[in-house]
Design a protein. Structure first.
Length: 266
């Protein structure tokens, strides 16, 4: 059982060679389910967490060398990163190369190959496999020399939808709080989280409400270009429907003594 409670995982495979940002799959986010509005307890907890985050500061990773606590072995490479590829027994093949916007790198010994979405260990194995065609028993070491300034995307029912600068250890709830937290109509127990694993896009539903309420702990660590989408509750959608189809049809100046709330009551 996941620490998030009930969740569902879905995998999508992108066409070969494409490395667009993960927010292109936002069109898939219409699966938001119906439920009640957010509780005042959740709002108070989110506000407190936001206040604590502002006091402590989220940190500014920016572009540059990885920090001392950066986990290079679990990090998945992304466009804009710069890596050192070293061949201890063939130093003439050593290179420093960037991960291009299409997710590829180019090495003189093997040519173009996919790097985005791979860990340094996975990339080392792939370079060894390809370099074995021209080098005898190659040994390869890949080191991240510089991290690009990456982002994650937060959309749906949050106060300020947009992006958050990626940093090592960032969680989905932290990203939501940095965009102002949940709105009153947010369905925080059915948040959709999308990430890339290799060439696949994987989506799952997260129960962030239980984390805010203290019933569970957060265990997912985000990667560059991940997407968090917070859907509306049924009540939130119904309010939009009432505004568009009911209130817009009522007379601009109601008759004296008419209670509009009674006309709109379900």
């Amino acid at each position: 059982m996941s620490m998030y409670g009930r969740h569902h995982s879905i995998s999508y495979r992108e066409p070969s060679g494409r490395r667009g940002a993960l927010h292109v799959v936002i069109a898939l986010l219409c699966i938001a389910a119906s439920a009640c509005g957010a509780s005042s307890r959740r709002q108070q907890s989110a506000a407190l967490m936001l206040q604590e985050g502002e006091t402590q500061g989220p940190g500014d990773p920016g572009a540059g060398a990885p920090s001392a606590d950066f986990d290079e072995y679990s990090y998945r490479l992304a466009p804009g990163d710069i890596i050192d590829v070293k061949f201890p027994y063939h130093p003439e093949e050593n290179e420093r190369v960037p991960v291009r916007p299409d997710g590829m790198i180019n090495l003189q010994v093997v040519g173009d190959l996919d790097a985005a979405g791979l860990t340094v260990g996975e990339l080392e194995k792939e370079i060894v496999r390809l370099a074995s065609r021209t080098l005898r028993d190659p040994v390869v070491s890949v080191v991240i020399a510089q991290l690009a300034e990456h982002k994650v995307y937060v959309g749906g029912d949050v106060l300020r939808p947009g992006f958050v600068n990626f940093r090592d250890g960032l969680t989905p709830l932290q990203a939501v709080i940095e965009r102002g937290g949940f709105t009153d109509t947010a369905k925080a127990d059915e948040v959709l989280y999308i990430t890339r694993i290799g060439e696949e896009l994987q989506a799952q539903r997260l129960n962030l409400e239980s984390i805010v309420d203290g019933d569970s702990t957060e265990g997912i660590i985000m990667a560059p270009d991940d997407v968090v989408f917070v859907p509306k509750t049924f009540i939130g959608k119904a309010d939009v429907w009432v505004d568009q189809w009911i209130r817009g049809l009522l007379p601009t100046v109601p008759r004296t003594g008419v209670d509009l709330n009674s006309l709109l009551a379900f």
